[in-house]
Design a protein. Structure first.
Length: 389
């Protein structure tokens, strides 16, 4: 199957590399390279490239260049935020700190919090943390709270400013706030939204950069103990020679994403609406998991199809040339809904037929129309087979 015949609606998993990022990557790789920690002229060139990229990325987030720690991706950045702060506070205070996160976080956040014996915060039926409920659910001695800017599965946007205020009120201003913004950066201007946030995670391949590159923003004064020890790079916060080529490409992708964000959000949001509306018009028993599209990022179409299993449907879509994602998991023949849908209170039977379609900067009208035909045919086939017709 050729690339031109594929309808790619899986941008939340990874978004195709932007031409500007590819040009930056190739330009860097096409010249003699030095180690940015060295002292000779090639090393100094690498350091300048790294510093320039750091400046660009800091500008997109409205923070200082020195606040950024480059990592090998979003998972490492999330782990550094949670374990790094926990380790630093344990050394500083002599006791294990209390951490908390929402029940719908990516496992890169959820699993560290669980491993550290932290608190899992409930969400509403849309998958959002309710700031008003934190007074009852958040322990007063919490040291760090992690709430994602936008959910990677269903697309719901959290009101970070309200979360920050509620956390400060509940903990008398002692708790730090971290946000996983991996699923948000391409679609939301984060500069104002993260004004009170202490730590933030990004991953380059979610907005047109390369896989294997990410960053953690840590405000000045945030206690952070390195998880990787070695050469002391990134101001002793993350050792290891930086992936200069990937970071340069990340900055290029971020710059074009920000420059085109408003137009992309409007265009992609219209395509998303057209796609979901067409499915609802042509198929019975199709349910949007979050029906209020104003609560979600413009790219997300999370849909439950009654009477089918998501894994079976995903197989047919892939065979027909449509790329999407299913968040369910299969163990011992049982299909289990994702932790996100379970936390939102989605009916288990409905959730077993859930698929995530995510559009992006490459998505066209032709992609959406072809995807519609493929989904309608596949769902109709599975339902007919199940009914014995």
């Amino acid at each position: 199957m050729s690339a031109s015949s594929i309808a790619y609606l899986d941008h939340a998993a990874t978004s195709p590399v932007r031409p500007q990022a590819l040009d930056a990557l190739q330009a860097w790789l096409g010249q003699p390279r030095g180690n940015p920690s060295g002292t000779h002229h090639l090393a100094r060139q690498a350091r300048r490239a790294l510093d320039d990229a750091r400046d660009v990325l800091a500008e997109t987030l409205g923070c200082g260049p020195g606040d950024l720690v480059f990592t090998a991706g979003g998972t490492e950045a999330d782990n550094l935020a949670l374990f790094g702060v926990a380790d630093a506070l344990a050394v500083q205070d002599g006791v294990a700190p209390v951490l908390a996160c929402s029940a719908v976080e990516h496992h890169a956040v959820l699993d560290p919090v669980l491993r550290l014996g932290g608190t899992i915060l409930p969400v509403d039926r849309y998958g959002r943390v309710e700031p008003g409920a934190l007074d009852e659910t958040l322990p007063r001695n919490t040291a760090l709270v992690s709430v994602m800017a936008a959910n990677n599965e269903v697309g719901t946007i959290n009101d970070l400013a309200a979360v920050v205020a509620a956390v400060a009120a509940r903990t008398d201003g002692r708790a730090l706030v971290h946000t996983d913004a991996v699923a948000a950066f391409a679609w939301l201007d984060l500069r104002q939204r993260i004004a009170g946030v202490d730590l933030l995670t990004l991953s380059a391949h979610k907005f047109g950069g390369c896989q294997g590159v990410g960053l953690l923003m840590a405000r000045p004064g945030v206690p952070l103990r390195a998880r990787l020890l070695g050469g002391g790079q990134e101001r002793d916060r993350r050792s290891g020679t930086q992936n200069v080529a990937g970071i340069v490409a990340m900055a290029a992708a971020a710059a074009v994403t920000v420059a085109e964000r408003d137009a992309t959000v409007e265009r992609v949001g219209g395509l998303r609406d057209r796609f979901v509306d067409a499915l609802g018009d042509r198929l019975d028993a199709v349910h949007e998991t979050v029906s209020d599209r104003g609560l979600k990022v413009a790219s997300n179409a999370h849909v439950c199809f009654s009477g089918v299993l998501s894994e079976e449907l995903l197989f047919l879509l892939d065979r027909a040339g449509l790329c999407a994602s299913a968040a369910s998991s299969c163990a011992s023949g049982a299909i289990n809904v994702s932790h996100v849908l379970a936390a939102m209170g989605v009916d288990a039977e409905q959730g077993r037929g859930a698929l995530r379609f995510t559009l992006g900067w490459t998505t066209t009208h032709e992609d959406v129309d072809r995807a519609t035909e493929i989904v309608v045919d596949a769902v109709s086939h599975l339902r007919a087979a199940r009914s014995g017709r």
